[in-house]
Design a protein around this ligand. Structure first.
Ligand SMILES: [Zn+2]
Ligand SMILES: [Zn+2]
Length: 111
């Protein structure tokens, strides 16, 4: 006996609807996440000030885009409103911070 139940039933309409839905979902999520990123960044800058926590370089509204928010525990979804997980780092220190974290295990003697 032939079992035809395994043969694929392709419905031309179904895939399209699903695709539209997920695309809309994605768009909504993207918008949400960007706005939340912007809001925690603004909060962190307000709480900690326009200054790099590492090198102490100060920033103004003109070059504030060089100041980024680092998550101390590395979890970008952990955003307590009191700013305890945030650290304002300039892009240079931020890169340094992450490269240290990544290579820390490999270059154990270099601190
Ligand atoms: Zn810095
Ligand atoms: Zn970071």
């Amino acid at each position: 006996m032939r079992d035809r139940r395994n043969s694929l039933h392709k419905r031309p309409g179904a895939g399209k609807i699903d695709g539209n839905k997920s695309f809309e979902d994605l768009l909504r999520k993207t918008r949400k996440s960007t706005s939340s990123v912007n809001s925690y960044r603004e909060r962190s800058l307000k709480i900690h000030g326009l200054i790099c926590a590492k090198c102490g370089r100060e920033f103004t509204h003109k070059n504030r885009h060089l100041l980024t928010v680092h998550h101390k525990d590395g979890n970008y979804r952990n955003n307590p409103s009191d700013g305890s997980n945030w650290e304002n780092l300039c892009v240079y220190c931020h890169e340094d911070e992450h490269s240290r974290g990544l290579f820390g295990d490999y270059l154990g003697d270099e601190k």
